[in-house]
Design a protein around this ligand. Sequence first.
Ligand code: BGC
Length: 251
Amino acid sequence: MKKPKKVLGIDIGGSGVKGAIVNTKSGKLKTKRFRIPTPQPATPEAIAGVIKKIAAHFKWDGLIGVGYPGVVQKGIVKTSANVDDSWIGTDIEKLLSDATHCPVHILNDADAAGYGEIKFGAGKGEVGSVLLITVGTGLGTVLFVHGKLVPNLEMGHLILHGDDAEKYASDAIRESEGLDWGVWAKRVNEYLCRIEELTWPDLIIIGGGVSKEGEKVFSHLKTRAKLVPAALQNEAGIIGAALAAKANFKS
Ligand code: BGC
């Protein structure tokens, strides 16, 4: 079997699980996104049920790529910051292929978004080191060096003001603490400057919902490296999960 051109990309997020069929040649969505709110508690069984519904919605029987919001190594979940702790140790590829009867490839959600942005978005053609930060329920961090991914970089858990940085500067914190955009953007900038001191990227891409908020956020972000919003915005995770699944597909 040839590598498929169309792949169902799925992004498991803290508030929603989103999927769409992706044309992996063009990096464009072939369908509208279909979103189901993340069940609470977000256990492996509950999320598997949601992913089964998403595959059924698209009447899908082909390859699926999934971004999971934590560390995944060789198909096994290692961390679970924003989903249920019972994920740890789960063979997520097996769980989801049993649920959907489709071949499934898994990777970290931010790594997936990174693939999307490097291949078709704001990192396209960049030869140096590119740092992508996804700002959502958590803070996802991704480093590409000369186009190669350094997987499972977990800088959202860097300690800032005595706790995980994502407890200080994520979008979920902006909402729960009712911070205005300017106050919150300054927190994000403090975080960016800290990571920049440790990684020295050539380009920083900001992804997640904030990438479309424009000047009310970006006017507060001042980094040494060039800084740009993600071009694929909220679709990067879906597109990148599909690209990664195709790249790893073995017939
Ligand atoms: C997780 C990362 C994930 C990020 C965004 C963090 O809490 O540890 O693995 O990429 O949230 O979902």
